[in-house]
Design a binder for this molecule. Structure first.
Ligand code: WT7
Length: 653
């Protein structure tokens, strides 16, 4: 293609605000009849049987939805099933020899599991867990990077009815301890280490440090990922030995009630305490199967790749449960996209003939910065669909993805959802909906999302408001673990009326004339760094734990690559000195308490923080300073001068 043609095309794309799904895609799409929206509307909640039909039930459910005790909704009541059976056993006859998982390590080592092989190893590890004393309903924690033993351990737990709680491997030892204590979890599955940008990272020391902070007895299993003779610890069980000891074991999948807990996932909220989001077996599995089918267009013969980490909800729903329930091949990659070079993802797409790619805007912005020469080195024509999740995507990045990765022949689904929703809620259906870059799209069929003002009244198109979900859905969280009260406070109190329960996801949004929703971002004190959620309170408490810090505020500021980054404003105690040493101590303190993803972009020392007359820190002002925006209203400030001082420090004026 000549330069002028290229420029012409770029210019056309830059202007275009709406894209139709490619005809070739529509022809083969799992869902392509627009009447589905009306069908779901006219038959609600019965429409959700469509989702439940994608799952095998041991005992059929009696009722789709029971709402006697709102907002503690129950779905597919009376139904019994097992998630591991659905992801493995039921595929054995038809797909036993087909690949379930294709894994690639960062150094280029590969492993593959057919459904039969995965079934075997899950059974063996399930038998081992039982022998170690894991009983039904015991919470098993996993602290593991992207290695096949992570989904194996999750499915082994699901098989014996033990809920799992996966802690992202990038989180710190403290974060692990907090979560194990909160869940009263007595079992841990972890590993010796993993590869990151060419280095073998030690993970076990971090796990051991975490275990030292657990306030009850624990049993730990360690996977030998590095294979370097690394000491796996005398008081730990070696994963390979356990599996070998149970070679050929078969464990009957335990019958679970639809409403029984499948897993817990801790996520950040507005307080320093992470929230234990509880997901069900029947509703969750039905919902992720349905959305994998309808939105990601997953078919058994696909090689589907969600490039997220299983340590987050995206990986649970769309690397493990959704794709495996549908019997497809799911790809897992251990490392980063820039190792050994910036084309690693494209090399994988090319080499594995990946059919769908689902990733985050933060990654897409990095690809865009690196340039199209990297994807251009590879044949990406196997791709049929692209997806994004985790944060708002700017139209420029959307179009770059559409053009340079999808070659204008793949629909792009921009999917809005949360840890709490279990699966996707707002997005176009790729075989039906016009795509508008920057806007996620209409709510999925059966999902009642709206944009309202502070009084709960729907706002006019184009106006900013708050996102609400006015009807329950099968994939919803059931409660916060051992904390029903906080569950109601956090998600239901804001907009529910006397006879009507409304879910509040704590996001701001706007809606257009076609009912397309653009999600603007969090309206609570949660920061979204590279698609990962961090609570400002968690960061602040880590900062004030550093010796010499008297007071701290953490806010999110715009960041070109990460979406948002952490900015901290710090008041020191008398006798401590501002400067690099203190800054390093603060950054180190945050990394230790939470993990490197929470690392502050900037530490600003200040004699005071802007506060309201009632003494509340005015975060909005600090955000404006971080963003270099025009400052909001300072008239209610107790100490207005401080704003100028802080601003001068940040901008260096
Ligand atoms: C928050 C949820 C869902 C898996 C990954 C994150 C933001 C998510 C989008 C999107 C705009 C988005 C929201 C949401 N978010 N997807 N497509 N467009 N914003 O899960 O850690 O629970 O974070 O991520 O602010 O509330 P999470």
């Amino acid at each position: 293609m000549s330069d002028s043609e290229e420029t012409g095309l770029e210019a056309r794309l830059a202007e275009q605000e709406a894209f139709e799904p490619p005809a070739e895609f529509v022809e083969q799409a799992n869902v392509s009849d627009p009447s589905i929206y009306e069908e779901f509307e006219n038959d609600w909640p019965g429409c959700w049987e469509r989702a439940a039909d994608l799952v095998d039930w041991e005992t059929d459910y009696d009722e789709v939805l029971v709402d006697d005790d709102e907002p503690f909704y129950e779905w597919f009541v009376g139904g019994e099933l097992n998630a591991s059976y659905n992801c493995l056993d039921r595929h054995l006859d038809s797909r036993g020899d087909e690949r379930a998982i294709r894994w690639e390590g960062e150094p280029g080592d590969t492993r593959e599991f057919t459904y039969a092989e995965l079934h075997r190893e899950v059974n063996e590890f399930a038998a081992a867990l039982r022998e170690l004393g894991v009983e039904e309903d015991d919470v098993v924690t996993m602290y593991m990077p992207m290695i096949p033993e992570l989904p194996i351990a999750m499915l082994a737990c699901a098989r014996i009815g033990a809920p799992h709680s996966v802690v992202f491997a990038g989180f710190s030892a403290d974060a692990l301890a907090t979560r194990m204590n909160a869940a009263d979890s007595q079992f841990l599955v972890t590993c010796d280490g993993y590869y990151r940008r060419g280095d073998a990272l030690d993970h076990l020391s971090k796990a051991d440090d975490g275990l030292a902070g657990v306030d009850h007895g624990t049993t730990t299993v360690v996977v030998d990922r590095l294979g370097d003779g690394h000491d796996l610890g005398d008081d730990h069980f070696d994963y390979d030995d356990l599996v070998a000891d149970h070679a050929g074991a078969e464990v009957d999948p335990v019958t679970r009630d639809a409403e029984d807990m499948l897993f817990l996932m801790y996520t950040s909220g507005t307080t320093g305490e992470p929230k234990g989001v509880k997901h069900s077996t029947g509703g969750y599995l039905s919902y992720v199967s349905w959305t994998s089918h309808a939105v990601l267009d997953v078919k058994p013969d696909d090689t589907y790749w969600c490039a997220a980490d299983i340590g987050w909800i995206t990986g649970h729903s769309y690397i493990v449960y959704g794709p495996l329930a549908l019997g497809t091949t799911t790809v897992m990659y251990e490392g980063t996209p820039d190792h050994p070079d910036n084309d690693r993802l494209w090399e994988l797409v090319d080499g594995y003939d990946v059919t769908q790619l689902y990733t985050a805007p933060t990654a897409i912005r990095a690809f865009m910065k690196w340039g199209e020469e990297y994807p251009d080195r590879h044949d990406l024509s196997s791709l049929r669909l692209l997806g994004t999740v985790g944060e708002p995507i700017n139209p420029k990045a959307w179009k770059w993805y559409y053009r340079h990765i999808g070659d204008e022949s793949c629909p792009v689904v921009d999917t809005w959802w949360q840890t709490e929703t279990g699966g996707m809620m707002i997005t176009t259906l790729p075989g039906i909906g016009t795509m508008k870059p920057g806007s996620a799209g209409p709510p999925l069929p059966g999902v009642d999302a709206r944009v309202v003002d502070a009084d709960g009244e729907e706002v006019a198109p184009g106006e900013a408001g708050y996102l609400t979900v006015d009807r329950p859905w099968p994939g919803m969280l059931r409660t916060l673990y051992k904390n029903d009260e906080r569950f109601i406070e956090e998600y239901w109190d804001a907009y529910s009326g006397s006879d009507e329960w409304v879910y509040f996801p704590e996001d701001g949004a706007k809606i257009d004339d076609d009912g397309y929703i653009t999600v603007l971002g969090r309206v609570d004190d949660v920061i979204n760094v590279s698609g990962h959620r961090l609570g400002t309170m968690e960061i602040e408490s880590a900062v004030v734990d550093v010796e010499g810090v008297a007071e701290a505020a953490a806010v999110g500021g715009d960041h070109k690559m990460k979406g948002e980054a952490v900015y901290t404003y710090v008041i020191l105690e008398d006798g401590y000195e501002e400067g690099e040493e203190m800054e390093a101590a603060i950054i180190g303190g945050v990394e230790e308490a939470i993990g490197p993803i929470a690392r502050p972009e900037e530490v600003v020392f200040t004699p005071e923080l802007p506060k309201t007359r009632s003494g509340k820190i005015m975060r909005r002002l600090l955000e404006d300073i971080a963003n270099d925006d025009e400052l909001g209203n300072t008239s209610t400030l107790r100490n207005p001068d401080v704003v100028d001082d802080i601003e001068a420090k940040v901008t260096g004026d």
